[in-house]
Design a protein. Structure first.
Length: 227
């Protein structure tokens, strides 16, 4: 009926970042359950991957094939996967008013290929402009655990399965990774929240929910109160 249609809540874009075994996949699902329970339509997705084309590239990257091509070519593969994912999954979902929860996004490229790799910020930023344009996450949750804790969790989960291309990196690499993520969260305080993820999953989920409420719900509640 004209004039009585409910105003659609805009979709929100939340990304999860952090090192190996920091608990992103666990927390993203717990947040999705909570948001679904609050009647927000959500999708959970991941990078590299998240769309059929990007999942093929993921397979290539995690097998170590991308690394063999060199640092820049591997970065191009991450960008190609992101482009497909953004065009076919993330943007359409946000346009439909769906909340998109994504396990890793551009910050992973900035940290892994940029701060820890040999790829120039010029190339990384140019690829970012091409693949995402002005699509920035509304909120990025950076899960922070000591490298030893994250690696122990990942090793326990993996069991007898062979480590992938990134799991093979040294302990020192994973410690630097943690520092780089902490620095990133410090540099972008308007978008990022650093979450102490060195606790049981339920406690961490409470911290994640507090951050989501404060950053994404409190402003809307304040506006309603002012109206
Ligand atoms: N990469 C890149 O280089 N550049 C890019 O642009 C992008 C990615 C997008 C993808 O790896 C790799 O690609 C990634 C960076 C690179 N490499 N690394 N490392 P992936 O997708 O295969 O894996 P991951 O993103 O690193 O996530 P992960 O290792 O699967 O971990 P997680 O998702 O953070 O954690 P989890 O699966 O939720 O938990 C791990 C285990 O710990 C599991 O058994 C849980 O049950 C357990 N767990 C979870 N939370 C807890 C708590 N709180 N206490 C105890 N145990 C817990």
């Amino acid at each position: 009926m004209p004039g009585s249609a409910k105003k659609r809540t805009p979709g929100r874009f939340i990304t999860f970042e952090g090192g190996e075994g920091s608990g992103k996949s666990t927390q993203i699902q717990l947040l999705a359950d909570r948001l679904n329970g609050a009647d927000h339509r959500t999708i959970v997705t991941r990078e590299p991957g998240g769309s059929p084309g990007a999942e093929i590239i993921r397979h290539l990257l995690l097998s170590g094939m991308g690394k063999l091509l060199g640092d820049e070519a591997e970065t191009l593969l991450f960008a190609a996967a992101r482009d497909d994912h953004v065009q076919h999954v993330i943007k359409p979902a946000l346009d439909r008013g769906v909340w998109v929860l994504c396990d890793r996004f551009t910050d992973s490229t900035q940290v892994y290929q940029g701060k820890l790799g040999n790829v120039s910020p010029g190339l990384i930023n140019a690829l970012e402009r091409v693949t995402i344009g002005d699509l920035k996450p509304d909120l990025t949750l950076v899960l922070d655990v000591p490298a030893a804790v994250g690696l122990a969790r990942a090793i326990k989960r993996r069991g007898a399965v062979a480590p992938d291309r990134f799991e093979q990196e040294s302990f020192e690499f994973h410690e630097k990774l943690r520092d780089a993520y902490r620095q990133l969260a410090n540099e972008s305080p308007a978008r990022c929240v650093l979450i102490d993820a060195n606790a049981d999953a339920e406690t961490v989920a409470g911290r994640v929910w507090d951050a989501v409420r404060q950053r994404l719900f409190a402003p809307a509640l304040n506006e309603t109160a002012r109206a």
